[in-house]
Write a protein that binds this ligand. Structure first.
Ligand SMILES: [Zn+2]
Length: 451
């Protein structure tokens, strides 16, 4: 999912292996091909063909020993000269010891493969098997759409104070935008499984998460009709046990021009809702959103609002203003997409208590301190990569204390809240629910039974 990355760690290998062909195309260019040919393959060939004459074994050994001795002296004096800084820095940031090692990718590959076999050999841990939704004569069935956003930075939403009007549509709706939402990871491959898992960021590790049921499984145990529509790469293992439809192809997506648009996921959704009336429905829509570096491909022409834009995937060929313009246009398109989701929910307001829950997976660096894209190890990731856009909207039938919810908008929250908020939204009663990690704790009138 990422390029321009400095650390080939386990997550990055996962990103490489889970990136699909279309995503890879986004990163590909003629220039890149020339770089690889002229600066990689050609020098390697010349080195390979260079004639090497060896002196006798003793002469060679002696010259090597001299070089090693000189380097050792230089290294030792440098280390002791700055040891105070080094030791505290390395102690603070333990992973750096691996990252500075040029052979770290070999270690990462081994670790990745070892974990993969561990995942495949363990049985799935069932959670919340007894989950139920208490029946109540006054309760309307819930229709919740969870939009899983892609690469949307909180500070690029005008709802959160951005000076550009990137929320022309949502600003006319009664939404609560969370201004301090922190992501679990800095890449799709880590954030997506984490935010649906019960583990939370502190306890999260990929193997345990994949070997444990997630919130979609618990909702399904409780009888909620779950559907996942995906216009991104895939669900990263989250939707393995719920109905899943790929919208990244014009076989299913009717709005491809040529890129398949997020709004294509809404086509035919009314029929799915009609077919499941009188039931609780959760629909997950996984957006392509603001996926970089080819931001300019992420929106139809009419959303080229901020100009001039960067029309290449080679961000170094564009200036900061062009990159930011094209990125902001992707946010404007997401704003429009979310308003269409709300329109669909409003059309179902008479038969359901409706709600939209939007959450981006991670943020994006757009050239701040020379950093681009995302995927930096969490401890060193800038806020731009971990401060994500997130919002809630509710229909007329959803009993919620709007004023009290609005007061929570600026509080510090994180992806840890998604699991429990989704259970709370659906009034699910289960032993794995933690009220204090529900964004709506105490505000949702029909949820009093489990709050
Ligand atoms: Zn992502």
């Amino acid at each position: 999912m990422n390029s321009y990355h400095i650390v080939i760690d386990e997550d990055m290998l996962q990103n490489i292996l889970e990136t699909n062909f279309q995503e890879s195309l986004d990163l590909f260019s003629i220039n890149m091909l020339l770089y690889v040919l002229l600066l990689g393959i050609l020098p390697a060939y010349l080195v390979l063909k260079a004639p090497i004459t060896y002196a006798s074994f003793t002469t060679e050994s002696w010259s090597k020993i001299k070089v090693i001795a000189i380097i050792a002296v230089i290294l030792t004096s440098m280390f002791f000269g700055f040891s105070k800084a080094y030791t505290s820095f390395v102690r603070e940031h333990k992973p750096i010891r691996y990252y500075i090692n040029p052979l770290y990718y070999l270690f990462s590959t081994g670790k990745y493969l070892a974990n993969l076999s561990k995942v495949n050999s363990q049985p799935l841990k069932i959670i919340g098997a007894q989950a139920t939704i208490p029946s109540n004569a006054n309760r309307k069935p819930k229709l919740i759409i969870f939009v899983l956003g892609e690469t949307a930075r909180a500070d690029r939403f005008s709802l959160n104070g951005y000076q550009r009007n990137t929320n022309a549509y949502l600003s006319t709706e009664k939404v609560t935008s969370f201004t301090n939402m922190q992501s679990c990871g800095t890449s799709t491959a880590s954030s997506v499984p984490c935010l649906f898992s019960i583990l939370g960021r502190e306890q999260y590790d990929k193997e345990t998460a994949l070997n444990t049921e997630n919130v979609l499984d618990v909702l399904q145990h409780a009888g909620v009709k779950v559907l996942w529509r995906d216009n991104n790469s895939d669900s990263k293992g989250v939707a393995l046990r719920v109905p899943y439809v790929d919208y990244k192809t014009d076989v299913t997506n009717t709005i491809c021009n040529p890129e398949c648009r997020d709004e294509g996921m809404l086509v035919g959704l009314q029929a799915h809702i009609n077919a499941n009336s009188n039931q609780d429905i959760l629909i997950v829509l996984h957006q392509m959103g603001s996926h970089g570096p080819a931001y300019y491909k992420r929106y139809p022409n009419q959303f080229e609002i901020f100009t001039p834009v960067c029309k290449t995937n080679q961000l170094e060929a564009c200036n900061t203003a062009e990159i930011n313009n094209s990125y902001d246009n992707t946010i404007a398109y997401t704003d429009y997409f979310l308003s269409k989701v709300i329109k669909l929910l409003k059309a179902n307001d008479s038969s359901f208590a409706t709600g939209l829950f939007y959450m981006s997976d991670h943020g994006e660096s757009l050239g701040e301190q020379g950093i681009y894209l995302h995927g930096l190890p969490y401890f060193m990731a800038p806020k731009a990569q971990t401060h994500v856009a997130s919002l809630l909207w509710f229909g007329e039938q959803f009993k919620i204390n709007h004023a009290a919810l609005q007061q929570r908008a600026n509080q510090q929250y994180s992806h840890d809240y998604v699991f429990h908020t989704l259970l709370g939204l659906m009034d699910v009663k289960t032993t794995v629910y933690q009220a204090e990690l529900n964004l709506l704790h105490g505000l949702n009138a029909t949820n009093s039974s489990n709050d």
